[in-house]
Design a protein around this ligand. Sequence first.
Ligand code: SF4
Length: 186
Amino acid sequence: MLRTIADVAEKYGAQAIKLTGATRMTIVGLKEEDIDGVWNDLQLDKGAAVGLCVRSVRACPGTTFCRLGKQDALGMGMALDKKYHSMELPGKFKMSVSGCHLACSESWVRDIGLIGQKEGWQMVIGGNVGAEPRIAQELVNGLDDQQVMTAIEKTIQYYIANANKGERLGKVINRLGLKPFQDALV
Ligand code: SF4
């Protein structure tokens, strides 16, 4: 994949390839008329990098590559990315998955963050960085893979039903409180 990205960047005269803070790769300096050709050559689904939607899901190495990992953050991150990436929502929406309590994927400053623990997943919601940073709050703890997928789906559905256009999840919690989100899991 890295070879393909390098070849495509060279072919279309890109100025740089950049790793973003969200661990995405950006090919910088392409001509607008070449964008479709680039995606075609990369043989990837188009990434959703802007707009009111779920951005690519960030994940740390977890149990796959990190000796401190308690849960499979990479596997969970890829499953979430496959299910939610580019899904349109009322506001910008970021998710990240960390394999242990050190939270290297910055799960505490994402709309939905997962943190791996020995007993299962801790799920925190309502975090974000930016001009008005907000630390997420714990929604639930000790969930297995299936349970956390269900909890994420219920949280997103509640968010869709109750958020104003452009309102991030943390602001919905500021307005309504955390309890309705906890109740929505039942
Ligand atoms: S969060 Fe934990 S498992 Fe993930 S990279 Fe950091 S130390 Fe390793």
